[in-house]
Design a protein around this ligand. Structure first.
Ligand SMILES: Cc1ncc(COP(=O)(O)O)c(C=O)c1O
Length: 409
């Protein structure tokens, strides 16, 4: 049994299941890998939407990267984790009053604006923050989860020209652009095409507005291999492209915003087998977790595509095709289909790898009145609890009774 398996079993012994466990060394290694291959001038932001756990943010802030947030809650988390405000980027389709109130105390945080209407609203609020305009890609996206020209986000060409007067009036401090064209890019060529397209539309928009951009957020969407047959992204090729790109705009601050690439492979989702079942003629087990805590399973078809879970305490090595079913009364609550697994017994612990991004934090976690699972970090042999597993009654914590008045029968 390797060291990580031992650590995961110890986490289950201490904190039970279902539990998310995060490998801090793996998180740091991922940042290191990016630093090795990308030009030093490229700044990396962590997109909290992938996983807004405070503990994860603590580690990534300590690694010296910035934060990309898209809500008041993510902004509060980034501030609490200690990201310097000039490295906090606040995006999202329209900033809510609570976000604007927080921004008053963070004048160096960069705001990404999604539409002319939002730019006008910010001008009325007289916020001094530097602003980048999010531009809708006019090029196709090769990302698995694409946000190309068909996307609802960002300025289209005529939107940019319509803002020229406002931008030049200095009522808003527009210093550059932001382009994101999708998540889970699996090959470097797709990312190179994105970077070229993003730079081209940014320079065109700068021309239209008559400004020289000092900041470009070129998105990212770097993907990770969920299937054992898939390969790692070729960062070397992306690094070379970025080196060429920075030479074209040598005085411009260039940032990338990455979520999945930084955290997915550091996360494990741990569940215990409750009992046996059959599904479509195959043997199956039911576990104490489910897709309500694994939003990442859906959309990417991970139940058929991802590597099978590890059985941390398997007693035999002979394997049979087995389905792992979640504990919801929902036909689609299937965590893995036809995985080759050893004979499972109640109490066996299954560890799903690559579960660190878009899991709990993107999930319909309250479905069936489910309490939140534990979140735990481990750094070598050190184990730290990030969030205790909540008891079933915790779902009542924030609720009030309705006073039911008698009615005439
Ligand atoms: C605007 C924006 N930035 C960054 C991200 C993070 O993407 P990823 O997790 O693929 O790095 C997303 C994800 O949807 C996004 O919409």
């Amino acid at each position: 049994m390797d060291e990580v398996n031992r650590r995961l079993l110890e986490i289950v012994r201490r904190h039970g299941t279902p539990t998310y466990a995060f490998d801090i060394r793996r998180l740091r290694a991922q940042v290191e890998k990016l630093r090795t291959h990308l030009p030093p001038a490229i700044e990396i932001l962590y997109s909290l939407k992938a996983n807004a756990s405070l503990g994860i943010c603590d580690v990534l802030r300590d690694c010296g990267i910035g934060a990309d947030v898209a809500s008041a809650g993510e902004l509060a988390t980034a501030v609490e984790a200690g990201f310097p405000s000039q490295r906090i980027f606040v995006a999202g389709p329209f900033k809510l009053p609570e976000t604007l109130a927080q921004l008053r105390d963070l004048p160096a945080a960069v705001i990404s604006v999604d539409s002319p209407s939002e730019l006008q609203m910010l001008a009325e609020h007289r916020l001094p923050n530097p602003i980048v305009l999010r531009l809708r890609p006019d090029f196709g996206s090769q990302a698995v989860v694409a946000a190309g020209h068909e996307s609802r986000f960002g300025f289209v060409g005529e939107d940019v020209s319509s803002c020229r007067t406002l931008v030049n009036s200095r009522a808003v401090n527009v210093i550059g652009f932001h382009v994101f064209s999708g998540s889970q890019y699996l090959n470097a060529e797709g990312i190179v095409a994105h970077l070229r397209g993003a730079l081209a539309i940014s320079l065109r928009a700068a021309d239209t507005l008559g400004i020289t951009p000092t900041l470009l957020n070129l998105g990212g969407g770097f993907g990770i291999p969920y299937a054992s047959t898939a390969g790692e992204l070729d960062l070397g090729t992306i690094g070379e492209e970025l080196a060429t790109l920075t030479q074209r705009v040598p005085t411009t601050r260039i940032v990338l915003e990455l979520g999945r690439y930084l955290v997915a492979q550091a996360g494990w989702y741990l569940t215990s087998v409750l009992g046996h079942q059959t599904f479509q003629g195959r043997s199956a087990v039911v576990v104490d977790g489910g897709t309500h805590q694994r939003a990442d399973m859906c959309g990417l078809c991970l139940r058929t595509k991802a590597s099978p879970p590890l059985v941390l305490d398997a007693s035999t090595s002979a394997v049979t095709p087995t389905d792992v079913l979640g504990c919801l009364s929902l036909p689609a609550d299937v965590l893995t289909e036809s995985s080759l697994l050893p004979r499972l017994e109640p109490g066996n612990v299954l560890a799903f790898a690559n579960a660190g991004a878009y899991g709990l934090w993107s999930s319909p976690a309250m479905f069936h009145g489910s309490p939140l699972p534990a979140e735990v970090a481990f750094d070598g042999s050190e184990i730290q609890l990030m969030r205790e597993q909540r008891p079933a009654r915790s779902i009542l914590d924030d609720q009030r009774h309705v006073v039911v008045r008698g009615h005439d029968a």
